[in-house]
Design a protein around this ligand. Structure first.
Ligand code: G4P
Length: 540
């Protein structure tokens, strides 16, 4: 253990760096403005000169977070990485989550690697299906959530009605940090409740540069904005009476959610969000390990892989494992050990990746994300460390809802087919289920969102030279079961039992009725919902 002891100065430096980190992701229903907000945040941090070039669907092909050919073809962002920038005296790590209508496990994995989530809500639509799904994942993970009501420049719902919806549907008590002055569609600015001042926004180059802001005292605001100001103060006052004051404890415990209003497209309210992240969001802190301890941030380097991505670079179809640093300093070239295998390897190629932008990084601190290039032995959920070993909890494997049988189109390429399927499974692109009945030639691919199949097809053809055929299965529901179920369910219509590569036995059902029938007829059969289980790969 003595080798783990750092000099007090070094330990202090690491603790200081960790406390400067804010690592978060934006969660939203597609079209709520996630890409627009990401770019507005980057603009504020002056990472990119103008936001307009990459803003919105019409120019989406230029969007900084697009990289796969398929993404470009479809104009959607499938993969995710991290954007890092400095703001005030902090380092902000914004982890990009896929923005398409389908779900994929990627989104969930990103949420395993952040310390906070920003829930972006379209002012005209309120909480939508995917916002709710993602919110639920955050709740399960105990992630604090900042809520941003976006598109306030357009006609939308009433602000208090939106607050009621948040409380009713999420159970979170809204605690406004800013409150909109002017109804949706007539966005004049916000009352900054923390600093008790009116932040007046004016339109400027339709969002291509930072919004012009002026600050006024409440008295000046009342004179300037009249009823709009009085109403804002009354509304926020009503919420304050409902005890919506913000304290860090209730925010971190998931009881309250700080509220902000924005128009990402006009860059209104974006600086206020950055300030909220700096002032309120949790800094990178010690992360619990599987043994119930927590390796302090100033301990020697450790981290875990939350995402593996291949084919990011058209020129060299490479393989990048994204690691969230949990403790210590990551230094490029350091030799780290993979907990699952006990193997060590040198991290010669380490990068920071966001969209097509890549930069070699030499150092990273807790909260940061490092892309390890060509680390093909790494899998999602793997822990890495130097000096004393650590294992971080596995990333939950989510319940698949879509199932398709895969077969090689060309029997002579069966070897490539198998290698490809195995590799994609290791990367976490897809879950693979097998049964004696179906045989190895026809594994069942299982996904959270159907787009995962498209990624598999594309990768199988282009990366592995093993084009395949997919055939949809009628199942939509999976439950964890035991080997007893194999016999019992072999005769049941609308059900099938398969074994996942991590050893779990899954019973698949056509629909909830098929499941209920089985539960009724075989009450002793174990049929557990999936969702809290772990990727056992990381347990060795
Ligand atoms: P997403 O990543 O969450 O899917 O959303 P995205 O940023 O692509 O935004 C979806 C649409 O909403 C885009 O319009 C975008 O310009 C618009 N938008 C985003 N934020 C705001 C906002 O604060 N106010 C208004 N009025 N619109 C906003 P689009 O029509 O699809 O593209 P474009 O023609 O505007 O480029």
């Amino acid at each position: 253990m003595s080798q783990d002891v750092l000099s007090p100065a070094r330990a202090n430096e690491i603790t200081g760096q960790a406390s400067r980190r804010r690592t978060f992701a934006v969660i939203s229903h597609p079209d709520a403005g996630k890409s627009t907000l990401t770019e507005a945040l980057a603009l504020h941090a002056r990472v990119i000169g103008t936001a307009g070039a990459t803003n919105g669907k019409s120019n989406r092909k230029e969007t900084i977070s697009d990289w796969m050919q398929m993404e470009k073809d479809r104009g959607i962002s499938i993969s995710s990485a991290a954007l890092q920038f400095s703001y005030r005296d902090t380092v902000i790590n914004l982890l990009d989550t896929p923005g398409h209508a389908d779900f994929s496990e990627d989104t969930y994995r990103v949420l395993a690697a952040v310390d906070c989530a920003v829930m972006l809500v379209d002012a005209a639509k309120g909480l939508e299906t995917q916002t709710m799904k993602l919110f639920e994942v955050c709740r399960q993970r105990g992630l604090p959530i900042i809520t941003v009501i976006n598109k306030w420049d357009r006609p939308g719902l009433d602000a208090l009605a939106l607050m009621d919806e948040i409380t009713e549907r999420t159970g979170l008590i809204p605690a406004p940090l800013t409150w909109a002055v002017g109804i949706a569609g007539d966005f004049r600015g916000v009352w900054d409740l923390q600093r008790d001042r009116f932040v007046h926004f004016s339109r400027n180059n339709s969002g291509a540069s930072i919004a012009l802001t002026e600050y006024f005292t409440p008295q000046e605001a009342a004179a300037k904005e009249g009823d709009a100001w009085t109403e804002a103060v009354d509304e926020a006052g009503l919420l304050a009476e409902a005890d919506a004051g913000l304290d860090r404890e209730s925010f971190y415990a998931g009881r309250t959610t700080p509220i902000l209003f924005s128009s990402a497209a006009l860059n209104f309210g974006v600086k206020e969000l950055l300030d909220a992240l700096v002032d309120y969001a949790p800094a990178a802190a010690a992360r619990p390990d599987v043994e119930g301890g927590a390796r302090p941030v100033e301990a020697p380097f450790s981290g875990f892989v939350f995402k593996v991505q291949a084919g990011m670079n058209q020129a060299h179809r490479d393989h990048v494992a994204f690691v969230r640093v949990c403790s210590g300093v990551f230094e490029r070239g350091m030799v780290v050990t993979q907990t699952r295998t006990g193997k060590s390897f040198a991290t010669k190629y380490a990068q920071q990746v966001f969209g097509r932008e890549r930069e070699v990084i030499d150092q990273a601190y807790p909260g940061d994300v490092v892309g390890l290039v060509n680390a093909s032995a790494l899998r999602v959920g793997d822990s890495l460390y130097v000096q004393s070993p650590v294992e971080y909890p596995a990333i939950p494997l989510f319940a698949p809802e879509h199932f398709q049988v895969a077969r090689s189109k060309d029997p002579s390429r069966y070897k490539q087919f198998r290698r490809g399927i195995d590799q994609l499974e290791h990367e976490g692109v897809i879950q693979v289920l097998r049964s004696d009945l179906r045989g190895d030639q026809a594994p069942v691919l299982a996904a959270v969102g159907p787009m995962q199949f498209e990624v598999v097809e594309d990768r199988m053809t282009h990366d592995f030279g093993a084009p395949m055929r997919l055939e949809k299965l009628p199942y939509s529901l999976a439950r964890l079961t035991t080997s007893d179920a194999m016999q019992t369910l072999s005769t049941v219509h609308g059900a099938e039992v398969l074994v996942r590569s991590d050893g779990e036995i899954l019973a698949l059902f056509n629909d909830i009725w098929a499941l209920r029938r089985v539960q009724k007829n075989h009450p002793d059969l174990l049929l557990e919902p999936i969702g809290t289980q772990s990727r056992s790969g990381s347990a060795g």
